[in-house]
Design a protein. Structure first.
Lengths: 85, 438
């Protein structure tokens, strides 16, 4: 490698995020993480998918729509930019 | 109680921006954010598809490739190795009004990233061998993304030819093979000398950094690059259309027909508030299942399988100077339903212009739009690219943080007025003929 290229400096450790965890009276486990940056909150509900029973809430919710990408993000992704690389 | 709705408050991000201009004219924006040990580095040159010379379609993109083939102090492929062995990622892309080059790196590679960008701003290795090699790479890219893909390049490559008149605005930005093959080393050297001057570029650096130290590093690596005069940028503006234009585009791979409607819309920079009304109109038309065109054409009339409205050829409303376009695209199973589709779109636009919006409708779409914007700004690289883009196109990186407030101030009346401008005589309609149906 060429010598004029600057060397890497000492890596900085990532800051620890503040994590709070609580279980509600009806058994829902809630994890709250504060991450500074932009004024947004993100909520994710995860249902364990470990039952063969057709009426299990996870099974019945599974086919419903929704993904991590918003419709706008999907739309933007569909408009192709040239020249990636 | 009056009927005037209370203005909405939308959350705005706060950024700590430092500006600096080098003696050679390079504009620099630095934005510290120490929440994670990563940095973004982005250089935007004020040259894109619109500045390609006649007979050299696709040249801006071909030249972008040449910027990765070695530079003053780096052999071919060393750029890739240095970024990746530092734990970073890199890329570049060619747009209508600019070309960008960027890296996301762990913050301990900040100086290395600056060096890599400065080295190719100083002198990329423009040789016969590199040109011949990248010509083949670009041709393959076009084969993969356009020629051998259903709806490839639709509509961004083909709609401008119908919607606009000047070579600058209407030509194929990916380039014709004959034009690309005609490009010479001499062309590339001239293009570099003319458009890749430090004074014709913006550098943005954001993330885990100290602003003063970063500016010192920028001075160290970019300062020695000799000053060259920035080219004078011509106006690319075109007047509004006065009669509807129609054209067809044959797609041998597409399984079902599609249509793209393009409308010339006001100057996004000089008339930002009118532009934002159009941006919100596009969201009212097609953002989500509750939007006007989704409800009418997908759900109620079942004329189309999908429909979308967006501003900017690549779907980013802040990516282009004047002229820019509002585009509506749809795919539909029955080729004979085009007129019904156009009629339904016109009726929905007239309904917005004449009857206005439902209570809460405008606030719903602007809240969603701001949340998409904030999400994008959360990631260090897209944040860096946005600082550079707003500095280059709008002259003020700060504008990003003001957008939520500006969007909140757009009135229903302004959105109605924007809808009233989208009349059939103001648009180009490009029908995609599906040749891949079997």
């Amino acid at each position: 490698m060429t010598s004029v290229v600057p060397a890497l400096t000492k890596p900085r450790k990532p800051k620890k995020l503040t994590v709070t965890e609580r279980v509600t009276d009806h058994g829902l486990r809630v994890i709250v993480v504060r991450k500074p940056g932009v004024p947004l909150v993100e909520l994710r509900l995860r249902l364990p998918f470990a039952s063969a029973r057709a009426t299990h809430p996870a099974r019945s919710a599974f086919p419903s729509r929704g993904s991590e990408a918003s419709p706008s993000a999907e739309r933007r992704a569909s408009a192709k930019s040239p020249a990636r690389g | 109680v009056g009927r005037v709705p209370r203005p909405i408050t939308l959350p705005a991000p706060t950024f700590d921006l430092t500006h600096h201009t080098l003696d050679n004219g390079l504009r620099v924006v630095v934005a510290p954010d120490r929440s994670a040990p990563v940095v973004g580095v982005a250089v935007l040159y004020d040259v894109g598809i619109r500045s390609e010379p006649e007979g050299r379609t696709g040249f801006a993109h071909l030249f972008e490739h040449l910027m990765f083939q070695g530079s003053a102090n780096l052999e071919k492929l060393e750029h890739f190795r240095y970024v990746q062995s530092s734990g970073g990622t890199f890329n570049g892309s060619t747009h209508f009004d600019y070309t960008n080059y960027f890296e996301a790196l762990p913050s301990n590679a900040l100086e290395r990233g600056l060096f890599l960008e400065a080295d190719r701003m100083l002198s990329p290795r423009i040789t016969e061998e590199n040109l011949a090699n990248q010509l083949e790479v670009v041709k393959n890219e076009i084969r993969v993304n356009v020629m051998n893909r259903p709806y490839g390049g639709f509509p961004w490559i083909v709609l401008p030819a119908v919607l606009f008149d000047t070579f600058a605005n209407s030509h194929n930005g990916y380039g014709g093979f004959e034009d690309l093959e005609g490009a010479t080393v001499e062309d590339a050297r001239d293009f570099f000398t003319r458009y890749y001057a430090p004074a014709n570029a913006v550098l943005a650096v954001a993330g885990d950094l100290d602003a003063d130290e970063t500016i010192d590093l920028v001075e160290k690596h970019f300062g020695p690059i000799k000053k060259r005069r920035a080219p004078k940028r011509p106006s690319f503006a075109e007047p509004p259309l006065s009669a509807e234009r129609r054209a067809t585009h044959d797609d041998p791979h597409a399984p079902i027909p599609a249509v793209a409607l393009g409308y010339r819309v006001p100057d996004p920079v000089g008339g930002l508030d009118d532009h934002l009304a159009n941006v919100l109109l596009a969201e009212v038309l097609s953002d989500g299942d509750a939007s006007r065109l989704q409800q009418r054409l997908v759900q109620r009339d079942q004329l189309v399988t999908d429909i979308g409205a967006y501003i900017g050829e690549f779907g980013d409303p802040f990516d282009e100077r004047d002229p820019t376009a509002l585009t509506i695209t749809a795919h539909y199973p029955d080729a004979s339903s085009l007129e019904a589709i156009l009629r339904a779109i016109d009726e929905e636009l007239a309904r917005i212009a004449d009857d206005g919006l439902a209570p809460g409708e405008l606030d719903r779409v602007r809240t969603r739009l701001v949340s998409v914007l904030l999400r994008e700004l959360d990631a260090v690289l897209s944040r860096t690219l946005n600082f550079a883009k707003f500095e280059l196109i709008y002259g003020r990186a700060e504008l990003i943080a003001e957008l939520p407030g500006r969007l909140a101030a757009v009135t229903e009346r302004a959105v109605r007025a924007a809808a009233a401008e989208l009349r059939p005589e103001r648009r180009a309609v490009l029908e995609l003929i599906a040749g891949g149906a079997r």
